[in-house]
Write a protein that binds this ligand. Structure first.
Ligand code: 8OZ
Length: 359
């Protein structure tokens, strides 16, 4: 096997990481009443604290930003307290942990919204897609277009959520700009047909994402602010006619903010990696700080991409579900366990905190 730096320490901005392995954010739908992270979440994340960095699951910045049943929030005091238990457990285990900040936009359902309101989106275009609500999969609801004067409130919600995450003890936050959720909906013309300052041109479609990134970085520091993008992923029914030009621009602008990392889902979320031609090296070259690559990595690909300087860190998602000690297993070449699909989303401790580590 080629030499790998995967298991060596790395410094993310000013944050020392034990290795180059990141646990990607994974939606697990186990929040308890009030969308508070479950007490089991502290155990679950602490079990995985040998990752150099954990990025905790997407957490809504407001009730409006919720799109699935039982996903945790980061807008109430009870949610902050719930997350405090998680960050303490991870820090006690020697790990580092960021929180992913999420607004789903049109990928939601009236039954999750205040007073049964329509979910919000750049334009009133319903996505082809499903959400999980009322214990079943359901078509997402017809959204309404956000008014121009509502956008500052969304930026403010992200800003407040970032401040809350720091109060909860997180080492930083990741802005969810990927997978067909609100910020990706604004960025991509398949979902954004606006004719105001937030639609049309590349600059206009990028505006909301860049305003959010700037506000979060101003609030908690650029050294604690990362962002996740998925330029060519069709996840959640999103499409873009000009992803290279759009994301080259976005990343050039993000670089000006000096964000600590750029986390990119390369290809289609969950695979394949080569669904569309895209020059990820151009994004990496435009960004001075840490690049985190994600999607379908195994040890060989991670080793090869780091050696070829295509990425700084590698984020593994699914493999962390059934392998709490993924880092040790990769290091020793031990076999990886396969996750049970039926306990992936929702439920209790089973399929969550009962996957054993190897001794
Ligand atoms: C799986 C199920 C629900 C949401 C994403 C936050 O794709 C998610 C998600 C993943 O980014």
């Amino acid at each position: 096997m080629t030499q790998t730096t995967l298991f060596e320490p790395y410094t993310l901005g000013e944050i020392p990481l034990a290795n180059h392995i990141v646990m990607a954010p994974l939606t697990r739908n186990r929040a308890v009443a009030g969308m508070v992270p479950s007490p089991d979440a502290a155990t679950y994340y602490a079990q995985r604290a040998t990752a150099g960095l954990i990025i905790a699951e997407a957490s809504q910045i407001s009730q409006q930003g919720q799109g699935y049943q039982d996903t945790p929030g980061i807008y109430s005091d009870a949610q902050i307290a719930g997350w405090q238990a998680v960050t303490s457990a991870v820090h006690a285990a020697g790990g580092k942990i960021f929180l992913q900040l999420w607004h789903v936009g049109r990928i939601s359902h009236v039954d999750l919204q205040k007073d049964g309101a329509a979910p919000v989106a750049p334009s009133a275009i319903r996505a082809e897609g499903k959400t999980f609500v009322n214990n079943t999969f359901a078509d997402v609801s017809e959204p309404r277009a956000l008014d121009l004067d509502e956008l500052p409130g969304i930026v403010a919600d992200f800003r407040k959520a970032a401040a809350n995450a720091i109060v909860a003890g997180f080492d930083g936050v990741e802005v969810h700009g990927a997978n067909g959720y609100l910020l990706d909906q604004f960025a991509k013309d398949g979902a954004n047909h606006r004719d105001d300052a937030y639609g049309g041109s590349i600059e206009n479609r990028a505006r909301l994402m860049l305003e959010v990134a700037a506000a979060v970085a101003e609030e908690i520091g650029a050294g604690r602010t990362g962002i996740r993008l998925s330029p060519v992923s069709p996840a959640n029914g999103i499409s873009c006619s000009d992803p290279q030009a759009q994301f080259d621009y976005i990343v050039r602008e993000l670089d000006k903010l000096n964000l600590v990392y750029l986390h990119v889902i390369e290809g289609a979320t969950g695979g394949p990696r080569d669904n569309a031609a895209f020059d990820y090296a151009a994004l990496r070259a435009a960004f001075r700080n840490t690049y985190i690559a994600n999607n379908g990595f195994d040890l060989a690909l991670a080793t090869q991409q780091i050696a070829a300087s295509k990425t700084d860190l590698v984020a593994f998602g699914r493999p962390f579900i059934a392998n709490p000690d993924l880092v040790a297993r990769l290091k020793t070449g031990a076999a990886l366990a396969e996750p049970d699909q039926s306990t992936m989303y929702g439920g209790g401790a089973k399929g969550y905190i009962d996957y054993p580590a190897l001794n």
